[in-house]
Design a protein around this ligand. Sequence first.
Ligand SMILES: [Zn+2]
Length: 650
Amino acid sequence: MIVSKKLLKKKVQQKAEQKHERNKEYYRKKRLKRKYGKLYVGTKDENLKSPVYGAFVRALAPKPPLLIDEWSDQYRVLPEISAHEAGLWRTDRFPFLRRIMQLLSPAHSCQQVVVMKGAQIGFTEAAINYMFYTIDYSPAPMLYAQKTLVDTGVFVKQRFEPSLDEMPDLARRVGTQSRGRRTGDTATIKVFPGGMIRFGGANSAASLRSMPIERLILDEEDSYESDIQEEGSPSELAIRRTANFPKRKIYRLSTPKIKETSVIEPLFEGGTKERYYVPCPHCGHMDWIRWDNIKWENDDPSTAQLVCQECGCFIDEREKTYMLMHGEWRAENPDAPYPSFHISSLYSPYGFYKWSQAVDLFLRAHRTHDNTLLKTFVNTVLGETWSESGRIIKANALMDKKEDYGAEVAEGVVILTGAADIQKDRIEAEIVGWGRGMESWGIEYAVFRGDTERPQVWGELDAFFNRGWRTKNGSILPVSIAAVDSGFLTKLVYEFCRIRAHRNIFPVKGDEGWGHGYIDRPMRMNKYGVWPFRAFVDEIKNKIYSYLQIDEGAGRCHWSRKDCYDKAYFGQLTSEYLDRKWVNGRYRLRWILPQGRRNEALDVRCLNIAALNILNPQFDTLQLPDQPQQVSMGGSTRRRRRRIVSRGIS
Ligand SMILES: [Zn+2]
């Protein structure tokens, strides 16, 4: 009984081995056919059978000038143990890699290629293609580095060597006799005629500076330590070794990590900033795949689809193959000194990482309010840096906090302010309720559409500010003060405010700068007969973003359950982030609105805070005696603000 079981097992094993051999043979033949196809004189089968003929052809055939992508399409075989799809490599499966591999080819003059990317979309496989190409086609000294020597060791054992084994022609060239001495074929070095590949770790200075190198691959650079063994940055250490090669190439690829310390993001920003634009299968509109355009229904990841911003139709993930094939890289800074690329895992070819998986990860992070999970999502799926402000979850988490006030005005509201932002074709306005400790309640957000150079929309805005708002006990609360942005259509705004000054409707102009408090009071009426206030939006935005993080008590923001507070509203409210740049020994802070996003809701909220500061009500004395908690950003602001507050308005 036992014997037969053993026999059976052995037989199964043998069969599997035979199958594996057959497969290998099949791919080798296929490769040979492609390689020497044009030079056959007899029938293909006859020629293939003759090893002499093969060697003869190989010796005589001139090498056509292949680029890495062409070389890979001809020779690269993916092994079963590490690849999703074993067998011959097809660049068409990863069309966005074509340009990367062309740039890495020696025929191209660029010296540095930077890729900021999501996880698992083939860029490391392109690095392997680059290494094999170097061994086979264009030998040179090369260095490949990962975070640690251990990581690199795992990479060699799991990805590099199995791939090499699939390509016997190449494998034979590695680690052969040379001038009577045995050359290396170890886990850290592969020597071949004309060159070598060294595998280094960013934690070991010795492994990075051991030899001059012409081709350098820095994989997962954002995980490197900033300083190793007091010799400085590991990347710099390795790059210094390439200095003597005029045709050097540096391939830097990484999923980004923390915004403040990221290496790859500034590198991306300094390059051509290329993104892969794909056509909408329905209308042909070219756009890159943005997370904001991925939509799903009822928290069900399997419904994930892409929405075209041009024609508004839903695009199924199955159409991704077509889209990728017809896509192209488009540069934001085409004149930059080197090419840089950004691509997210949403581009993963159909059948690999799915949109539904991305949505699932996002929903899980969102449901559990787990910041580490969300960081993983932002870093590895979106291929973007993680900033502690965590603006992505905020939009959705805030939306979940919408409340039923039981009336138009919630309990706790003492004062109502209004604010309006003027655009060419609409006015966006909001009424906000304020209570003790700057706790706030979004009462209503309104968009009045129409040409703002004509009176009709202004009438609607006037009515919006003029109406009263019902509280729970039935009384009506009026708007105490309102601010209208005077940055656009200034004269019309002045005119609107001048005749409504008795109702505390003032023009407010947004201004930049830190350390001026929130608002600047005019010393006198201007020639249009209004009091032109200024609001310092940098500090106000900072305040708003600190309020948004408060879950309880002073400073907390509430929103009504009304439909006007929708996904678009919260997206706009959380659209900006504070960018910190180290300039001349100090941080320079600037609010950045990412491309393609809108921020009217945030602007209107800023104006509401400006309005409240113009009115400067004494909540403490009005309401309860205890001191509200100050959520202020810095000493200087607080000092400055207090001074202004004490001045009052009247
Ligand atoms: Zn479309």
